[in-house]
Design a protein around this ligand. Sequence first.
Ligand code: ADP
Ligand code: MG
Ligand code: ZN
Length: 545
Amino acid sequence: MLGKARRILKNTYGYDSFRYGQEKVVKGVLMKRDILAVMPTGGGKSICYQIPGLMFKGITLVVSPLISLMKDQVDTLNNLGISAAFVNSSLSKEEFIKTMRNIRVGRTKILYLAPERLLSPKFINLMKSVDISFIAVDEAHCISQWGHDFRKSYLEIPKFIEALERNIQVAAFTATATPKVREDIVDKLNLKNPLAYVDGFDRGNLSFYVEKGEDPEKYIIDYLERNRRKPGIIYASTRKEVDHLYSYLRIKSFSVGKYHAGLSESERKDFQEKFLKDEIRVMIATNAFGMGIDKSNVRFVIHRNIPRDLESYYQEAGRAGRDGAPGECILLYNEEDVGTQEYFIDMNEELETKMKKERMKKLDAMVNYASINTCLREYILKYFGDKRIKNYCGSCQNCHVATDVVDLTVDAQKILSCIGRVKGSLGGFTITKILMGEKDKKIERKDLDKLSTFGLLRHYKKDELEEFINYLTSEGYLDQSAGSYPVLRLNEKSFSVLKGEDGILRKKNEVISFDYYEDPLFEKLNDLRKKIAQKEDIAPYIVFS
Ligand code: ADP
Ligand code: MG
Ligand code: ZN
């Protein structure tokens, strides 16, 4: 069964192998099971229903929410020599009649449909007279009110199936679905004993950033200048904002296009095509742009305003790096934008109170994303119910901050044990001398140069070491006695550092110089840092500004 699917993949599409998830899903569809497949944007969902569609007898229906998306897919399929067609409001009467005729005589293998079309009696009658292999529902989250892109017309799909008065296999596909939305899809589409395939949401090649308190326009200009020639998308939440940014960046001579529902169809098409062909470098757009757009070399996605929820954010940000090469996802965070989103929810008269509350909760989760100082990727993955959480990805902004941290635990242990050895009888001045390996009369008289800690930190500069000891004192890792000759003493916190229960991590820019790196121990320290960072409790050790 899969052998034939692989041959089609190779001969018709020209791809050598299925991706891991595709193989599972294709197999499931071929076994005539109902399917819920959650796979990331760019994961190759289309092939999962197209290839079985080609293998089965009869016609495969694909419900898809966007007219532009349908046309692209059908053009692509026709170019591959597959007989595909679409039915939506963009067809002229003649085209529509011709399409229906082709279907009737069995000339069409794959039919893309707008959900609004399903319930027309003519269409239902036609569908009753032909052999339907299965129904694929693309962007299936649109059927759920809990999703981020609810379309009422998607509710016509189950009604349509009912109207056909027979059992029909249904395969639902989406890129973003929280556990709740997943359940809702199964429920609303009435999937029977479905095979659920949920791919990891992680897009390892993307890195995530949140910029707070920046002047957004200045940030964008700086970014575009630093990243010349890289194609990218800038999302803004209103048409007005898109228009404004567009004119502003044009005046500054950047190669930009724009896209929102207020533009004429030909303008939108024109900008979109230029962007796809790399004739325009940056697309400035509302969330109307992007669904189903297959531009693989987008290198960055900047959100000028906070989107309404993480589903939208991850889907839009996920348009970066679809070719697997690095992509940057940057959220510019301003409090006023949160107010705007709240206003949108408040003013939306279509929403019942219950839904408004739900939307607010989702917005909260989005705002929370912008304010946490732990791993951004893991936050997203957790939100989508992905269980493989590490709490440290190493490539988001917050993990970068952690990488900007030096682990000074071992050096701190050396200092503390030196203080412990002299039983709290000396002040910082002499302790520094001992650790630096400096001799003077007092040191020789007291045999302090015989201590095992003598000279242990001689690679430090003297003022650095003094600063470090002061730091430990001010952070409460050491006690200092009062009086004119203050001495240093260990306390409970010192012991937890000595026992390795507590670590001393400092931001690099707080530390006066980086000579520590010459320490042969550095490699080891670095490993230790990573280990510590991977533990869930990294936060208390790091001083974030
Ligand atoms: P999705 O709908 O999941 O976002 P698409 O179906 O649009 O993704 O596929 C994304 C891209 O990946 C397309 O360019 C497609 O041709 C390509 N693709 C899909 N499957 C494979 C495969 N097995 N090998 C190589 N490329 C693939
Ligand atoms: Mg798709
Ligand atoms: Zn991270």
